[in-house]
Design a binder for this molecule. Structure first.
Ligand code: FE2
Length: 231
């Protein structure tokens, strides 16, 4: 079943469809001509300031995210993976029978595209009603959900991600290490928070908790999470 991202075509956006999306891309960032392209940021590179600086976005999106894309395109060229949607590459390359290099780059490409869309300028606040009701049913309150998200993001040892996911009828918070993505466990991601050091070190140095709390309070896009809910 498609997620919000795949429905909107971000994950398999080609150079042609990128133009059609008419979303702002960072100046001077060339899109790959191969099967997978770098989805444009959904906002300007300084739109998340002062929580996340344009400098951090410049490195994170323009260097790190792009590197995962470039590596993936090199790794899958001429292989069966080359014709698959990104989500299928992620799930098929995962695990002992898969391909760790393909998985790491495919999952990080997916995770970062999802991360940019998990935030928006003037985010945070109260989730929209449908999501709020699901959160209250699973966590008791929005604040309890937020506390679990913050706790998972802060407690993740080393590089990784915190996620709000849908697991059947329930919502859950999970954390994953390195490139790991909940879709390999059959879960539906609703939003995520990047806690790799490259996400916050220029702005917060070692103060991960300050970054996590600021993202959750001021940037998180609950509307995006609601759009990812499955019936
Ligand atoms: Fe990252």
């Amino acid at each position: 079943m498609p997620t919000e991202l795949s429905r909107r075509g971000f994950l398999l956006a080609t150079a042609g469809t990128l133009a059609a999306l008419a979303l702002p891309a960072l100046p001077g960032l060339a899109h790959a001509s191969s099967a997978h392209a770098l989805p444009p940021l959904p906002y300007a590179d300084n739109a998340l300031e002062p929580v996340i600086s344009a400098r951090t976005i410049g490195f994170h999106y323009g260097k790190h995210h792009k590197a995962y894309l470039d590596n993936l395109n090199k790794l899958i060229a001429g292989r069966d993976y080359a014709d698959l949607p990104l989500e299928d590459i992620v799930t098929r390359s995962y695990g002992p029978s898969g391909d760790a290099a393909v998985f790491n780059n495919a999952a990080q490409l997916w995770n970062h595209t999802f991360y940019w869309r998990s935030m928006r300028p003037n985010g945070g606040g109260v989730p929209p009603q449908a999501l709020r009701e699901r959160i209250e049913a699973s966590f008791g309150s929005v604040d309890a959900c937020r506390q679990q998200l913050a706790g998972a993001a802060i407690a993740q040892f080393g590089s990784g991600w915190a996620w709000l996911v849908q697991d059947g009828d329930k919502l859950r918070v999970v954390k994953t290490g390195n490139a790991d993505n909940p879709i390999t466990a059959g879960l539906t991601p609703l939003l995520n928070v990047d806690v790799w050091e490259h996400a916050y070190y220029l702005d917060y140095q070692n103060r991960r908790a300050d970054y996590v709390n600021a993202v959750l309070d001021k940037l998180i896009d609950w509307e995006f999470a609601q759009r990812n809910l499955r019936a």
